[in-house]
Design a protein around this ligand. Structure first.
Ligand code: NDP
Ligand code: BG6
Length: 514
């Protein structure tokens, strides 16, 4: 390899029926409406959906939080700083607030009364969407309380008075707790009413994985152990624990990022082609492949102080609310195997961490180099393998790198890369993951939500790692500096497979010259 050339890749606009969602009138009840998720993600998502004309005409929100306040104050608190004034004037009157502590059993009857009052006021048949934007420790009592009060009733699929609940992640804290939560939820309502959310599944590139794999015939024949050397899935963040120390000290990186987001990415990369594009067919394949995954190598890390983007930042143990001897990992790298015919012997390397050198989420599929190379290489040079990268963040797109001949006499091999950027091909306006997922739930489409079997399969994969790490406290924490690429031991984990981690930001899409 003597250099890298970037080639632009053109996209033709996609033609075909727009899958317009038909959503009937509904009331969305947000439990935990005073929290970060509601203000930062849910309300902006509703505002954008309204702006795109996708919210049902008769849509209402009841925010439930512990802090007493008037509707007007709630609306003011929720107003996004960059909200379009005219649009906000349309959304604001639809927002109501009710103060209730879910630890007090009578609260649920009072919430039920409020929901019924909204329904009576508006008339007609309406759906109910309950969003649990609550700490995970409150999910069980919330579902139980809503069900017992009759406000979240068991309903048949197709009933226009549908009642659905979105449960945030993490769903449980282990296989046993997730199973218990599933049992409890299913004792009150049907599985078709439960929407376990993993916001990564609402991201455009992640959904594109399905189309890319199954709407093109050229990749499927090479999508297996004969052609793929390994897969690297990275979710690197520059952010630290922020204000979420209380949650993070209990969760750690494996529960926070691997049990859900990274294993979702793995399942879409490795699953078999479903026979139909129906929710249950897709969810069957995702659950099936997760059932074949096991971890056979793991490295943990915790960030110490360091420099990030030119600023000195504290280590995890210095963050507010974190124990000064905290054993909680903020980084993990796992080597996974998928024990089936297609993937036998192909390692899937997963890594995620906070306070890393760059923000980068990608799935990189690295192909084998040719078994025999007839071209002479310069002394010490190695042929770069072809790599197909699904770039999820910060830019959304794809890149494919391959080898070609440099112009001129003799044969000099060089790496070239074709980049495809969503932004460039389709302009802005991609939907935020929460917009996609809220709309899907209102439309009754659970495809991008996790079914109970997949959730439990994912816990089955990570439980042994979490249990071992909790049994054997780390002796070397902190073991990576904020602003670095992670602990050195992670490099060793991947080196054993004869490869290295991709550098953070390696697939940053390049805009071609005009
Ligand atoms: P916050 O802690 O900011 O908000 C949680 C809200 O729940 C608070 O307003 C809190 O009320 C309320 N609450 C807690 N206990 C009770 C109770 N007993 N009765 C009534 N209300 C209660 O958390 P987030 O908004 O950040 O997260 C919510 C959920 O979303 C979590 O499960 C998290 O894992 C998940 N999530 C969050 C993301 C984010 O970006 N924030 C991203 C992905 C998932 P009070 O204000 O009175 O304490
Ligand atoms: C959340 C985790 O689910 O995902 C956070 O709880 C993490 O710790 C976040 O920062 C990352 O999401 P995104 O969309 O920014 O990659």
């Amino acid at each position: 390899m003597t250099g890298t050339i970037a080639l632009p890749m053109q996209a033709e606009p996609l033609h075909g029926p727009q899958q317009a969602r038909r959503v009937g009138p509904c009331t969305m009840v947000i439990l935990g409406a005073g929290g970060d998720l509601t203000r930062r993600k849910l309300i902006p998502a509703l505002l954008h959906l309204l702006g795109d004309g996708l919210l049902p005409a008769d849509f209402a929100v009841l925010g439930v939080g512990r802090k007493p306040m008037e509707d007007a104050r709630f609306r003011e608190d929720q107003r996004p700083a960059d909200a379009d004034a005219a649009l906000w004037e349309q959304l604001a009157p639809r927002l109501r607030y009710f103060a209730a502590d879910l630890d007090v059993p009578d609260s649920f009857a009072a919430i039920a009364e409020r929901v019924e009052a909204i329904e009576a006021e508006r008339g007609g048949e309406r759906g109910r969407l309950f969003y649990l934007a609550l700490p995970p420790s409150v999910y069980a009592e919330a579902v139980e309380g809503l069900a017992r009060s009759g406000t979240l009733p068991r309903r048949d699929p197709g009933d226009p008075r549908w009642a659905r609940v979105i449960i945030e992640k993490p769903f449980g804290s282990s296989l046993a707790t997730a199973e218990a939560l599933n049992r409890m939820v299913k004792s009150h309502i049907g599985e078709h009413q439960v929407y376990r959310i993993d916001h990564y599944l609402g991201k455009e590139t992640v959904q594109n994985l399905l189309v890319f794999r199954f709407a093109n015939s050229i990749f499927e024949p090479v999508w297996n152990r004969h052609h793929i050397h390994h897969v690297q899935i990275t979710a690197a963040e520059t952010l630290g624990v922020e204000h979420r120390a209380r949650y993070y000290e209990e969760a750690g990186v494996v529960r926070d990022m691997f049990q859900n987001h990274l294993l979702s990415l793995l399942s879409l990369t490795a699953m078999e082609p479903p026979a139909t594009f129906r929710a249950e067919a897709v969810r069957d394949e995702k659950a099936k492949v997760l059932g074949a995954v096991r971890v056979d190598g793991a490295v943990r890390g915790q960030y110490g102080p360091g420099t990030l983007e030119g600023e000195q930042v504290p280590g995890y143990r210095e963050e507010e609310g974190v124990a000064t001897d905290s054993p909680v990992p903020t980084y993990a790298a796992l080597r996974c195997r998928v024990d089936n015919w297609r993937w036998d012997g192909v390692p899937f390397f997963l890594r995620s961490g906070k306070r890393l050198a760059g923000r980068d989420t990608e799935i990189a599929v690295q192909f084998h180099t040719p078994p025999h190379l007839m071209f002479p290489l310069e002394p010490g040079a190695r042929l770069s393998p072809s790599v197909l990268v699904f770039q999820v963040q910060p830019d959304e797109g794809l890149s494919l790198s391959f080898q070609l001949k440099q112009p001129g006499s003799g044969v000099q091999i060089s790496s070239a890369r074709m980049d495809f950027s969503y932004q460039e091909a389709f302009g802005g306006g991609q939907r935020d993951a929460y917009e996609t997922l809220l709309l899907d739930c209102m439309a009754g489409d659970p495809m991008l939500f996790l079914r109970s079997d997949a959730t439990e399969a994912a816990w089955r994969i990570v439980d042994p790692v979490i249990e071992r790490w909790e049994r054997e406290p780390p002796r070397d924490f902190p073991n990576y500096a904020a602003g670095s690429a992670g602990p050195a031991a992670a490099d060793q984990l991947i080196r054993e497979a004869g490869t290295t981690w991709r550098s953070l930001g390696a697939a940053r899409l390049r805009t071609p010259a005009p």
